[in-house]
Write a protein that binds this ligand. Sequence first.
Ligand code: FE2
Ligand code: FE2
Length: 500
Amino acid sequence: MFELLISFIASTGLFVVFGKVLVSQTKKLEGILHKDSQNQIVEFQEENNQKIEAYKDGFQNIKESIQETMNISHESLDLLTQKIESRKEKTESVLKIVNELEKKHQEILKKEKELVSSSIEVLEKKVNKSKDDLKKEIIKDMDLKTRASNQTDLTYYVERTKKFQERVSNNILKSTIQRVTAESSVDKSSRILKMPSKNSFQRILKDPAILEVISKTLGVEIEPLEREYSFRVSSFIMWNSEIAKKVLSKMALSFKFDASKLDSTIQSAKQEFQRHLISVGKKALAKLGLKDQTPYVCEIVGRLNYRTSYGQNILKHSFETAYLCSLIAAQLGANQKVALLGGFFHDVGKALDQEVEGSHDVLGMEFLKENGFPFEIYHPAHSHHHAVEIETIEAQIVIIGDKLSASRQGARTESMEMYLQRVKGLERIAKEEKLVQKSFAVSAGREIRAYLNNHQSKDSDMSKVASNMVHKIQEELIYPGKIKVNIIREFVSTSIANKK
Ligand SMILES: [Fe+2]
Ligand SMILES: [Fe+2]
């Protein structure tokens, strides 16, 4: 217990001593800190005072410069005000002058008007016409004079242009025709097939059924010509006649020909002729610089050699048209190659129009288009009979080339006998119509004009008579191309005016 008490007292004494030391140390520290703070405050105050002095100086400078600027602005403003004042004065004086001038101008106008109206009054009195009437007359007169002068000028220039056009086109046509020395394009192919011998001719005739089958299969007519040991082979489609001739030639060479061999003979003749057409077409196209064309295109072109129009061989006509077009194009500055090909292909549809429904211009265009030819080549074929509007100069040239080729001397033939037969036939058909009073075959038998009896017929009869005649022409006459039937019903009223 005592020990405990002693240790308690000892520890308490230590604690008191330690506390005193701590207090004295704290006071010392406090003194040090207080001294430092005071020093810092003094330094800070000094620094601030310096800065405030510097700001004061700066402010004084700015104040002085603002004062200076304001003084300058005041001076400028005064100057400007003075200038405006002087301008104002000047403007006012100018306005005064303008007003005076305007006044004078108005006075002059007034005097002018008075003068004009007094003159008009004098004039009206003299000519006895009102101002408005005079005005109208003057305008009319001026209008007429202007029109007359314009018309004269226009007529003069139109006439001059026409003459010039005529001269130029005549020169072009003359030089073109003179440069083309193509052989006659008349078709000279024979329809007569002469047999190699009397025996072969008679052998074929032994079995008429065979000839009948050939006729039916190929759509041809075969007529034996006894005296010449020949056959006349004719057909609407000329290449079928050629195939039939080939079949007959093969039969003539075979000593033991019978009906069982007919089918294969016809087939081989067809194939042979197709190969021939392809070769003809290939050669023709090569002449135009067109290589690598398909066998079908070559075959169709080859067919043109076996197609005629008014006796003119279409392949020859196509070449002739092509060269003519090329020459015209050169003189007109058009595309020669396009004109050449457009001219060559213009009638290519004629290789198709006997087997396919449609006109040759449209069929030709479709064929060329389907086989990859461009617009400028198929357009002339399409437009050369004006089925569509002409869109290129080369298509226009093709129309001229086609006409030149068809119309040049000896280009087309038709026997006089055929022509007379057609004209007579047309007039007979017209006469057979009860309502027809008179009729004339015109345009070389390509048109018939029938006049109806005016008293016995009505307008509605016209189309009936026309369709009757068209039907009979188609049934009874043989003719190339088309025949136009014109029905005319005239009403003529005549009165005579006698002298009073
Ligand atoms: Fe044509
Ligand atoms: Fe033609």
